[in-house]
Structure formats: structure tokens, C-alpha cells
Design a protein around this ligand. Sequence first.
Ligand SMILES: [Zn+2]
Length: 139
Amino acid sequence: MTPRPARHPYSTLVDTPYDPEARRHRIVVPEGAAVGDVAEAVHTVFLTTPACSVLSLEAGDRPLASVGRERFERRMGGPTKPWRGTGDGDGASLAGAANRYEVYAYDCATCGSSAYELEADRPVPECDTEGDGAMVRRT
Ligand SMILES: [Zn+2]
């Protein structure tokens, strides 16, 4: 048997190879967040941000992988619709406690990049584009 490279727990959600385009929209999840919680947060981002087709998935400040909308939707069984949550009995959703995390959305007022945080106590994200500075909380 050939040993397989170590995979992170979100490998079912992500695309390989990493898509550099993903940095335009990034989601920062807590280290060790359950895959179901991450799936729900990614779902929320795709639902509320139609312009976002690929997301950089980051744990803490470490980019893990990119999540493409197309593959994610295939995996979730169709185009992104409002989250049904667990317990709705379709048997197809990923396991995980619903609404464990709130998704905090930030946008760059200059270039339209966005960042999503699942923890309220993280610093306001900075845009990657030099000179754009801090992002603004989406209301
Ligand atoms: Zn920017």
C-alpha cells in the first residue's frame, strides 16, 4: 500500500490545487473547527456573496486550501440555497451543529475583496492589496 499524504479535515470541501484567485475572498475558521461548521460557514458566504466563486480557507492565519463554489455546490447536492440545517432529515447534509458560529463579513471599500471570520474577537482583517488598509464590517 502506498502511504497517502496527510490530509486536513476539510479535504472533502476543498479544491486542489490551491487557486491563487481565492485570496480575493477568504474565510478564517478557528483551528479545529468541525467540518460541518466550516461547510455551513462556506455555504453562508456563497449564499450572501454571489460575486465570490472561490474562497481561500484559512485556519488561524494559515491558508489551508481553496474552496470553489462549483465543486462545493456539487458536493452539497445543488446550487446554494438557504441552509436547511441539521435535523431536516434530507440525510445529505454534512453532520455538524447548526449555527455554532456566526459569520462576520468584511469588505474592502476600495477593491471589493472580502474576508469572513467566525470568531468575533479576531482583529478586523486587512486587505491584501497594499494601501487598501482595514476592511469594513458588512452590515
Ligand atoms: Zn482592497
